[in-house]
Design a binder for this molecule. Sequence first.
Ligand SMILES: [Zn+2]
Length: 477
Amino acid sequence: MRIAFGGIAIEASNFSPVPSTLNDFIVLTDQALFDSGRYPFLSELEAEFLPTLFASALPGGAVTANAYQTLKTDLLARLTAWGPVDGVYLDLHGAMYVAGMADAEADLAAAVRAVVGPNALIAASMDLHGNITPAYTGQIDLLTAYRTAPHRDTVETRHKACRMLVDAWTNGVRPQIACVPIPVLLSGESTRTDMQPGQRLWAALDQIDQLPGVLDASLFVGFAWVDEARAHAAAVVTGTDPEVIHQAAAQLAQTYWDARTEFHFGTPVGSIDECITWALAAPETTVFISDSGDNTTAGAVGDLPLCLARVLIHAPPSAVVAGITDAAAVAICEAAGIGATVELSLGGKLDRIHGQPLPVRGQVLGLFDSDREKGHQAVVQVETVKVIITERRTAFTRVSDFTQVGVDPMAHKIVVVKLGYLFPDLLRVAPLAYMALSPGAADQALERLPYQHIQRPMYPLDKTMVWKPEMLKLDAD
Ligand SMILES: [Zn+2]
């Protein structure tokens, strides 16, 4: 079996004023796809895998039409160059908002289908934060998504998609996908799978998998920080028995709907000042605070200095703010050198909707230029606060993100990160965590967002709405 593989993966928010351009994508082709560590299972499968292109970027603003067309054209050219294939494995996120397009994943899947023809099998692995439509699933044959958030099963999910693809081809039975949209739009932070009701909802997918005629059940939260009609949850079941998969998807959708009022933020939430006050009063020696409105892993800009301003006012014994994107400030620190005192007009230059630059005076503690994703970085001591300033938009998700710039997060009373929920590596070390409901492009208070294009009624914006799942036809045409 010859399987071509690749994809374009990004979570893109049109509430961010900073577009995602070609420069923001890391593009892997040829042998680099095998060497990437994303697909360590390929050699175990009875198939020949043919690399095309995999492009991924930090969540950001709308992908420019030029960036998308360039990546798509390259992927399709590489796919075409392989000649006839039996299958395609697409490695996608599912929430790629492209400027001027309504459903980029459906467009990409349709283009891939046009190249490989109706007989080839197409499988996809997705992030459960993708926005999934029947128009998209109608173009492909097999789909599976992460079952954990924070995500811990990324490699397993890719492996499952490829395994299902090989098995389906070997068995010669063409699978189908049933997709039932659910009019519920919640943030990833309120739908974690390591707490209820998410824990039981996603755990139940294993049982649906066991039904005769079912290959995979996936439950999508969707992506809330984008104003498009497909932004909502979805129940998606892949299998070989059309009746069973439709019934299972509808039941799964009903289960999610029935649990809608149970979802809650797993972490205590408050205003920026409340979180700082609670942290200072806590006996724990280190408390993490998520600056959730400016969460770069949800597409926000990451240059807002609002939390830094409030932390400075509270004068903690020690704190780290990681990080603030400001290329100009990094350049000033580099020109001044380690040990120099600098005056910075920090952050607030990119996201002018939600903030403005903060004047600070501090001492340059360290300068770093070896990180490909973060670009150049500067660590500046401002009063009792270490501020990590990055050239590029980034996220501090792992302890090593701190230690590689000489900062031990656990040696500080307060650690501010531009995340929503803490990623697994930080969750592991954080003695205590709060989530600040700060303003920004990834505002957790969804009712504050200027939605115009999402479907209504939509829970929780329309709290009293009633709904029943309906079956949907699979044909994309
Ligand atoms: Zn996700």
